[in-house]
Design a protein around this ligand. Structure first.
Ligand code: ASP
Length: 416
């Protein structure tokens, strides 16, 4: 019974119910209902987030300990980075092709578009990103990855910093194995309990997911999508193509059909879709990849937290579409050189995006400024961004799962 409650089918059902009932309450003028239902979704996300820090720390630590040598860690790390780099570039490229073929911004009357005012906060963040430029922004991500104070990294739930600290600590533990035994036992136990808690939290997933979707629909309905329909369609079709390519790669790697693969990964994909956060989905992603795809634990524990933080195919694709869409609407310079700059910067900006809702729109400032487009133009797409975010986050998480398959499979080939 409990298992059924947390099953993929129950989650699909709650997504559909959330969409329909949320939309109905929007249409019938009962949007305020959302304020009573929303807390359930919030509680669900907060419970998942509660598990991120203990799970990431203990997983990475135990992955390194179980790998046993720094060389193996290096091999996995390099393979993961190669995968991230390649698939992110492919995604940004698909975005470019889609937006050039469909041309969603051509001939659009700006007056007909909803221009939400860009908040002062967002405006300042966009400007800060734009001022530092793409190279500095990427270097800053790398530099900030090293925590000056691990306790602060834990307190701020800075995943990248926790990963770095955890790798350092576990490498030291490898060298001083005997002296580290008490700590290894504690961390192993922390990891075990974290996974058990994630299982328990997933029991309320259908309710949480229903509440989240109800809220999104009750607040904005679908009308906003129709106004920017062509833009949303361009992003979503690009994402779908990338998703299908990944499904074939993953299916080939683990020797099942792409449909079976999607079915096995339904829970994290749908949770990513509803929460719009790769980080909040991470505990579930790790568990599903290990249980359903038989990816070896050392790989998944190491590759998935890293992937959730820096591997964002969906975000790269969306950023290249969005910036070119803005260029098309305003009639700005979309020469080949500018498109190339957008391709490169969108791929890099995606690395810098945090794994939280609507982080992608913030790093888009880097892409816009690289080609000299006005930052305020983001206002054009703001109203549909939460909805687009659901789709791109699902692709981000799916990409992370296939990355774990890639690293695990090629590793097995080597050792067999
Ligand atoms: N919400 C996305 C994620 O968590 C990031 C983005 O805004 O593109 O993966």
């Amino acid at each position: 019974m409990l298992k059924q409650l947390a099953s993929g089918r129950a989650i699909v059902f709650s997504i559909i119910a959330g969409f329909i009932l949320g939309y109905l309450s929007f249409k019938l003028g009962y949007s305020e209902f959302a304020s009573y239902i929303k807390p359930v979704g919030k509680v669900f996300i907060q419970l998942l987030k509660m598990m991120i820090v203990p799970l990431v720390f203990s997983s990475i630590f135990m992955a390194v300990i179980n790998l046993g040598t720094p060389e193996k860690l290096k091999r996995i790390g390099l393979k993961a980075l190669l995968y991230y780099f390649t698939t992110t570039c492919i995604a940004a490229f698909i975005g470019l092709i889609a937006v050039n073929l469909i041309q969603p911004g051509k001939g659009v009357d700006i007056g007909s578009l909803p221009t939400e005012k860009v908040s002062e906060n967002l405006s300042a963040t966009l400007k800060a990103g734009a001022d530092s430029g793409v190279l500095k922004s990427v270097l800053k991500v790398l530099q900030d990855a090293i925590p000056t104070n691990p306790v602060a990294a834990f307190a701020n739930a800075d995943i990248l910093q926790i990963i770095v600290f955890s790798i350092f600590l576990s490498l030291a533990a490898l060298f001083f194995r005997k002296e580290s035994e008490p700590l290894i036992n504690i961390v192993a136990s922390l990891e075990f309990l974290s996974l058990k808690l994630v299982q328990a939290i997933m029991l309320i997933a259908p309710f949480g997911i229903f509440a989240l979707l109800f809220d999104v629909m009750a607040q904005s309905g679908l009308d906003v999508i129709f106004v920017l329909g062509k833009y949303v369609m361009t992003v979503v079709s690009g994402l779908l193509i990338h998703f299908i390519i990944l499904a074939f790669i993953g299916g080939y790697l683990i020797k099942i059909s792409p449909i079976q693969l999607i079915h096995k990964l339904a829970k994290p994909i749908l949770t990513a879709f509803s929460t719009a956060s790769s980080a909040a989905t991470l505990p579930l992603t790790m568990q599903t990849v290990e249980d359903n795809l038989n990816v070896d634990k050392e790989t998944s524990k190491f590759v998935l937290p890293l992937g959730a933080t820096i591997n964002m195919d969906g975000t790269a694709l969306y950023e290249s579409v969005a910036v070119i869409f803005i260029g098309q609407v305003y009639g700005l310079d979309l020469s080949l050189t500018n498109q190339l700059i957008i391709f490169v910067t969108a791929s890099l900006a995606a690395v810098g995006a945090a794994a939280i809702p609507q982080a992608g729109i913030v790093t888009m400032g880097i892409v816009l400024s690289a080609v000299g487009f006005p930052l305020d133009a983001i206002a054009l797409i703001l109203s549909v961004d939460r909805i687009v975010d659901m789709f791109r986050t699902a692709v981000n998480v799916f990409g992370d799962c296939i990355g774990a398959c890639f690293v695990s499979f090629t590793k097995m080939n080597k050792t067999s």
